[in-house]
Design a protein. Structure first.
Length: 317
């Protein structure tokens, strides 16, 4: 559901989040791992959240979406399922189950992240580092998705702030129910999942991505501080205290279809979320186009982007 291009996408945000984490502890090792080892373990596991279920389906994905095999990870494949097929999976990617209210969806997203941190801590206590990073990767992936405007709209005037209030939660539904006439319920705009970096130093160019890396550092610092504590209930409370403020938003709404309200908010976020516009290698696409300025922005008929078209092809009778 998100960008997993090597050197960009989740990989870049995870890299910068881990770098900030190690800098905050001024330590050569965390959880017994060097910065490079920690990043590699976490990045491999977070990528599995967007994984395809097998190589055969991966071949189809690469052929249709013009991606590279080296950008693929293999997982359950649940990321490809629209909200009406797998409503309970959507929280794992910080998008909405349209049957729930915005507050219920935010609670589900927060609960998922906290639950994965608790599960990771339990694995750590058993000496199961593979299991620990499996759960840490799932938590990191969901947390990072929460800062992509393809998943969640936050206050665009506070784009670099990890505590920016949530305004809207997207609906991932690139293919509609076959027995209904509604073919326009998807609000997951894949173009917002790109993660542009600054040429030369590879830093994150977009403010929302910077916020995502900062959020990862904040939450994982809490995990490091609590991982060896003997009180699991107290650790859960600490995780909740770290995660919950990152997904606040009393006025948030579920954007379950690309209507006028969605397109108004989408345009506003397109206008405001670039932080180093002049240094970006390219303007991010908006609904499949690359306008030179925001005045030329026009909503497209296919907000889902290329990977959503792949999923439509896979679901087509």
């Amino acid at each position: 559901m998100s960008d997993q291009e090597l050197g960009h996408g989740h990989h870049a945000i995870t890299l910068h989040g881990v770098k900030q984490l190690f800098e905050s502890f001024a330590s050569d090792k965390l959880l017994g791992l060097s910065p490079n080892e920690f990043f590699h373990r976490l990045d491999v596991e977070q990528a599995k959240a967007d994984g395809v279920p097998d190589r055969a389906l991966g071949t189809i994905f690469v052929a249709i979406a013009h991606r590279r095999f080296e950008d693929l990870q293999f997982g359950s494949g649940a990321t490809m399922l629209p909200s009406w097929v797998a409503p309970d999976v959507q929280r794992e990617h910080a998008v909405a189950d349209p049957k729930l209210t915005a507050q219920e969806n935010l609670a589900a997203i927060k609960g998922f992240i906290v639950g994965e941190l608790v599960a990771a801590k339990e694995c750590h206590a058993r000496g199961d580092q593979a299991g620990e990073f499996k759960h840490l990767g799932r938590a990191a992936h969901c947390l990072e998705d929460g800062y992509s405007s393809a998943h969640i709209f936050r206050d665009p005037t506070r784009a670099s702030d990890p505590f920016a209030p949530v305004q809207g939660i997207m609906n991932f539904s690139p293919v509609s129910r076959p027995w209904t006439p509604d073919t326009a319920s998807n609000t997951h705009n894949e173009s917002f999942d790109s993660v542009p970096t600054v040429p030369g130093d590879g830093s994150l160019a977009r403010s929302t991505d910077q916020a995502g890396a900062h959020a990862l550092r904040l939450v994982f610092a809490t995990y490091i501080n609590e991982v060896d504590s003997g009180d699991l209930a107290a650790a859960r409370h600490a995780f909740e205290a770290a995660v919950n403020p990152l997904f606040s938003g009393d006025g948030a709404v579920v954007l379950d279809r690309p209507d006028a309200e969605y397109h108004r908010m989408e345009q506003e976020h397109y206008r405001n979320e670039q932080s180093i516009e002049a240094q970006e290698p390219a303007r991010p696409e908006v609904n499949g186009s690359s306008p030179q300025d925001v005045a030329s922005y026009q909503p497209a008929d296919d907000p889902g982007g290329r990977s959503c078209r792949v999923i439509r092809a896979l679901f087509r009778p």
